[in-house]
Design a protein around this ligand. Structure first.
Ligand code: ATP
Ligand code: MN
Length: 428
C-alpha cells in the first residue's frame, strides 16, 4: 500500500483525495457523535474524524484507541480552517496495529521522571524539533567541509594515551593492557594531515566529568579539524566561517525553530567576523567587574558566563597562559608563558563552544612539554609526527551539543542529545 506523509497533506498536496497514513495517536477525544484522533508521523500531526452516524463500528474502534497506539487510517483530506494545520481527514477506515498501555508521560512531571522515560520522551514534539535541528547541524558540517576540500577521516575510540589530561580519562581493560576511551581524535587527525593536509571528523568524546554542570556530558560529540600550513589566526578564520555557516543553515529551519520558540533572525544574524580579545584583556575586563579572575588560570564556567553576557555574537579569547592549557599548544615566541591557542565562547552566558590553536611542530619542545606534564600513556608515535616532515599546523575541537544548546537557548546540554550520559545517568 502507498502511504502519505502528514507533511505532504499539510502542504496541500492531497486535498480532497483519499490517503492512507500510518502513525501514532497523539491526542484522542470524542463526543457522542464524533471521535477526533490526532495522528502523528515523523513529519507532522493531523486530525482525523470518525462519525458515529457514518460507521458506528468504526466509531467504537476509534474511541477505544489510547495515546501512542500505533494505527493506520484511510480517509479523505479536507481543507478546514478550524483545525490545527488547516487540514483534516474524514476517516473511512482505521486499523489498530498495537494498542498502547497507559502512556506514562503526561504534563508536569519531574525532570528525573522524564529522564528515566527518555526512550518514550524522545517522541515529544520538543525533543523531535531539537533532534531535527541536530541533524541539520551535522549536514551543515559535512557540506561546509566538502565545499572547502577537507577530507573526512576517523580515529579510533580505544586509545593508549590522554589528549586532554588524566583527570577525566575513562580507563578500561583492553585484554591484558590498560586502555582509555578517546577524549579527542586530535592526535590522529594530526597524523592524517601528512596524507591529506586538511582533515575533519565528527566523533564521540568520553570524559569522566565528575561535577554536575549544565554544559558537560560524559559522552559527547566533537567536530574536529586539523589543517597543515596554518597558524592560530588562520584556524580562527576557519572556525568563524564554519560556525557562521552552521548558523545560516539552522536559521533556515523555521518550522522546528517555531516549535522551540526561537526566532530564526537571532541565529541568522550571527555572521563572521567574531571579535577577538586576548586572555589578558579578558582577565582585565573580569577584574574590572569585580570578578576574582586570576591570571594564569583557565576561564571557568562562571567567568565565561559573565564575560559573554556582554556580547551578542561569539568571541574569541586568545593567547592563554601555558599552564592553563593542554601540553600540545604552540608556545608564543614573544612570551614563553603563553601559548598560541584560542577558545571560541558563545554569547549570552553560554561560554566555550570551541577550543583550538596552533600545535607544537618541533620535536624538542614537544618532548619537554610531555616531560613537564608527566602524562600517562605512550606518546612515541605522536612525537614521530615531528620527526618525519613536520609542518606548522593548527586545529580545533567543537562541542556539537554545546553549539546546539546555545543556538536553541536550552537550559541544559542534556536536551541536545537523544540519550544523554552524565555522572549520574546511564539509563536508558
Ligand atoms: P571546558 O573547559 O568547558 O570543560 P574543555 O576545555 O575541556 O572545555 P576542550 O578539551 O577544548 O574543552 O574540548 C573541545 C570542545 O569540546 C569544547 O570547546 C566544548 O565545546 C566541548 N566539550 C568539552 N568537554 C565537554 C563535555 N564534557 N561535554 C560536552 N562538550 C564538551
Ligand atoms: Mn573540560
Amino acid at each position: 500500500m502507498d502511504y502519505s506523509q502528514i507533511q505532504e497533506i499539510l502542504e496541500g498536496k492531497c486535498t480532497d483525495k483519499e490517503v492512507n497514513i500510518r502513525g501514532w495517536v497523539w491526542r484522542a477525544r470524542s463526543s457522542k457523535k464524533i471521535c477526533f484522533i490526532i495522528i502523528r508521523d515523523s513529519t507532522g500531526r493531523i486530525q482525523v474524524t470518525f462519525e458515529k452516524e457514518i460507521n458506528p463500528e468504526l466509531f467504537e474502534l476509534a474511541k477505544s484507541v489510547t495515546i501512542e497506539s500505533s494505527i493506520e487510517i484511510k480517509g479523505v483530506v479536507r481543507e478546514d480552517k478550524r483545525s490545527p494545520g488547516g487540514y483534516e481527514i474524514h476517516g473511512n477506515d482505521l486499523k489498530l496495529i498495537s494498542l498502547a498501555q497507559v502512556f506514562p508521560i503526561t504534563k508536569d512531571q519531574s525532570v528525573t521522571f522524564l529522564m528515566d522515560k527518555r526512550h518514550l520522551w524522545v517522541r515529544s514534539r520538543n525533543i523531535a524539533a531539537i533532534l531535527k535541528i541536530r541533524a541539520e547541524v551535522y549536514k551543515a558540517f559535512r557540506d561546509w567541509f566538502d565545499n572547502n576540500n577537507y577530507i573526512e577521516v576517523h580515529g579510533p575510540m580505544f586509545t593508549g594515551s590522554a589528549v586532554e589530561g588524566g583527570s577525566t580519562l575513562f580507563d578500561l581493560k583492553y585484554f591484558d593492557k590498560k586502555a582509555y576511551l578517546t577524549q579527542s581524535s586530535q592526535f590522529y587527525l594530526e597524523a592524517m594531515i601528512f596524507t591529506f593536509e586538511k582533515v575533519w571528523t565528527v566523533a564521540p568524546s568520553f570524559r569522566a566529568e565528575k561535577s554536575r554542570t549544565t554544559r558537560h556530558l560524559t559522552e559527547f560529540w566533537m567536530l574536529e579539524a586539523e589543517k597543515a600550513y596554518s597558524d592560530l589566526e588562520d584556524i580562527m578564520k576557519v572556525e568563524e566561517e564554519l560556525v557562521g555557516y552552521v548558523c545560516k543553515r539552522v536559521a533556515e529551519r523555521k518550522e522546528e525553530l517555531k516549535d522551540l520558540n526561537v526566532k530564526p533572525n537571532t541565529i541568522a544574524k550571527i555572521v563572521p567576523p567574531f571579535e577577538r580579545i586576548s586572555y589578558d584583556k579578558a582577565i582585565e575586563i573580569l577584574q574590572g567587574d569585580g570578578v576574582k579572575a586570576e591570571w594564569g588560570e583557565d576561564l571557568g564556567t562562571e567567568e565565561e558566563r559573565i564575560l559573554t553576557l556582554k556580547y551578542d555574537k561569539p568571541i574569541f579569547v586568545y593567547d592563554y597562559p601555558k599552564k592553563a592549557k593542554a601540553f600540545y599548544h604552540y608556545p608564543d615566541p614573544q612570551n614563553p608563558e603563553k601559548v598560541k591557542c584560542a577558545d571560541l565562547l558563545a554569547p549570552g552566558g553560554y561560554g566555550e563552544i570551541i577550543g583550538g590553536g596552533q600545535r607544537i611542530d618541533d620535536e624538542e619542545i614537544l618532548l619537554q612539554r610531555i616531560e613537564e606534564e608527566q602524562l600517562p600513556g605512550d606518546y612515541e608515535w605522536y612525537i614521530d609526527l615531528r620527526r618525519y616532515g613536520s609542518v606548522p599546523h593548527s586545529g580545533f575541537g567543537l562541542g556539537v551539543e554545546r553549539v546546539i544548546r546555545w543556538l536553541l537557548k536550552l537550559d541544559n546540554i542534556r536536551d541536545t542529545i537523544p540519550f544523554p550520559r552524565t555522572i549520574n545517568r546511564i539509563y536508558p
